[in-house]
Design a protein around this ligand. Structure first.
Ligand code: T5A
Length: 204
């Protein structure tokens, strides 16, 4: 799929600092005059936000249903928001995308990698991010940053689950070194933002 814009995704485990980085990057790029659309998954459009509620708070969800709901939300979000913004020439920055599906639904949940990748490619109509910033941090350290109250269904998973998520992300970073920039998420917020901004400005 060809487009005029630039597609950036932010990835990492819970509490790694993706939302913080999304705000900072958007602010910096807008101040430099770039057209930026910020968004997130699951969600980012009205129908996808409804699916998000089911995903984060549904009870007794089967792993395959979970996978297909994330992908349904993705297909809707892309058609409604991401693709039009890219076609209009914007830089789209998305908090989580396909790497999260592979890390959570395949590495951590245990669904076969090849099947997850095939279904994901269908959901995203083969659209790929041109740059991914992966915020890497040990999950036990990251969980200290987020309140134990009001945790959602995935945040309540075990430490072992979240360690497998991290393994998944690191596997993807190694497999696709050209696209994925690994950032040390333990560093201070401003330092993470500076490194991320430098990486973005080098490629856009
Ligand atoms: N999921 C998602 C799947 O399983 N499959 C999929 O395909 C997709 C797309 C989404 C859930 O869905 C799963 C993954 C998730 O479990 P979400 O609400 O988007 O849920 O969850 P998160 O992305 O994990 O959101 P969080 O808010 O928990 O984490 P963030 O955005 O990474 O962290 P952030 O920026 O909110 O920061 C957390 C705290 O740390 C501080 C912040 O101020 C904040 O208090 N902080 C730092 N502190 C010290 N140093 C830094 N560098 C810091 N950066 C931020």
């Amino acid at each position: 799929m060809q487009n005029k814009g630039f597609f950036i995704t932010l990835e990492g485990g819970e509490g790694a600092g993706k939302s913080t980085l999304l705000e900072g990057l958007t602010r910096e790029l807008l101040s430099k005059g770039f057209p930026v659309v910020k968004t997130r998954e699951p969600g980012g459009s009205p129908i996808a936000e409804k699916i998000r509620q089911i995903l984060l708070h549904g009870v007794g969800m089967a792993p395959k249903a979970e996978l297909l709901l994330f992908l349904a939300a993705r297909a809707q979000h892309l058609q409604e928001k991401v693709v039009p913004a890219l076609e209009a020439g914007s830089i789209v920055i998305c908090d989580r995308f396909s790497d999260s599906t592979i890390a959570y639904q395949s590495f951590a949940r245990g669904l076969p990698l090849e099947e997850v990748e095939t279904l994901d490619a269908i959901a995203r109509s083969h659209l790929k991010p041109q740059l991914t910033l992966l915020l890497d941090i040990d999950p036990e350290e990251a969980f200290k940053r987020i309140s134990s109250k009001g945790r959602d269904r995935l945040e309540k998973e075990s430490v072992a689950f979240h360690k497998k998520v991290r393994e998944g992300f690191l596997f993807l970073a190694k497999r696709d070194e050209e696209r994925v920039i690994l950032l040390d998420a333990r560093r201070p917020t401003q330092e993470v933002l500076d490194k991320a901004l430098q990486a973005v400005l080098e490629v856009i």
